[in-house]
Design a protein around this ligand. Structure first.
Ligand SMILES: C[S@@+](CC[C@H](N)C(=O)[O-])C[C@H]1O[C@@H](n2cnc3c(N)ncnc32)[C@H](O)[C@@H]1O
Length: 226
């Protein structure tokens, strides 16, 4: 089997999947769903994309598992709004994976009406993770796990999230850096802190920027245990 370039990101997403069936929203090549089948973590999946062309890539990748996949073209979780599971003898997805999209797009999908029917999510935003954490907190999603995955010098945030009926109490440090990163300090997070500190130090040496100063001072307070 050819090894994918961004294995660590996919491994961390898959590590948070503990339900079956799942839905991967915006699957493109469906590398995540493919890995879940190969790992025998799932035996059924809904695989969706807003682009038919992208979904065709998923069809090819999942050929071996096609009997156990429903492919749907459409925007976010709207694809489930008229989906009649019972007439096909199917169960709805128990965990929704939204990965490789911008944080704003993920927030938009979480606000779509059918999203209310789902309680468990694995999210991997490409950007705006702080805004996403604030959104999750405000909208009564409980962040169960929140880790960083490093792949080829890129850092990805991976969040396991559950709907709740109360607002989660998160510190400013947890909002900025992710709660699991701060309690189980791993190598990827250490690399992230070092990278951010050096980047911000460089910026602050040229110009004072209040938000960067705040984050830099908080980064200085993180005990990496070294
Ligand atoms: C970079 S790919 C990510 C693929 C895969 N989820 C992963 O993380 O490896 C992003 C995919 O999301 C799709 N997409 C973007 N916005 C979407 C939306 N609102 N609903 C469904 N798919 C969407 C794009 O067409 C694209 O195929």
């Amino acid at each position: 089997m050819t090894r994918l370039k961004n294995n660590n990101r996919i491994d961390k997403i898959c590590a948070f999947v503990d339900k079956n069936p799942i839905a991967e929203i915006g699957a493109d090549h469906a590398n995540i769903t493919h890995r879940l089948f190969e790992n025998r973590q799932i035996d059924f999946a809904y695989v969706t994309d807003i682009s038919k062309k992208c979904l065709n890539k998923a069809h090819l990748k999942l050929k071996k598992y096609s009997k156990n996949v429903v492919f749907l073209v459409g925007d976010g979780v709207e694809v489930f709004s008229n989906f009649d599971y019972s007439s096909f003898g199917l169960l709805p997805p128990k965990q929704i994976i939204i990965a490789g999209m911008g944080g704003q797009e993920i927030m938009k999908i979480l606000q779509q009406k059918p999203s209310k029917n789902f309680d468990n999510f694995v999210l991997q935003p490409q950007n705006n993770v702080v805004q996403l954490r604030l959104f999750l907190q405000k909208n009564k999603f409980y962040i169960q796990e929140d880790v960083i995955a490093k792949d080829n010098k890129m850092f990805y945030n991976v969040l396991k999230v559950k709907r709740d009926n109360q607002i989660q109490n998160l510190s400013r440090l947890q909002i900025l850096f992710g709660l699991t990163n701060l309690t189980e300090i791993g190598q990827d997070f250490k690399d992230y802190v070092r990278y951010k500190k050096s980047l911000y130090k460089d910026i602050l040496s040229k110009k004072e920027v209040a938000e960067i100063r705040e984050e830099y001072d908080l980064l200085e307070k993180i005990d990496l245990g070294e």
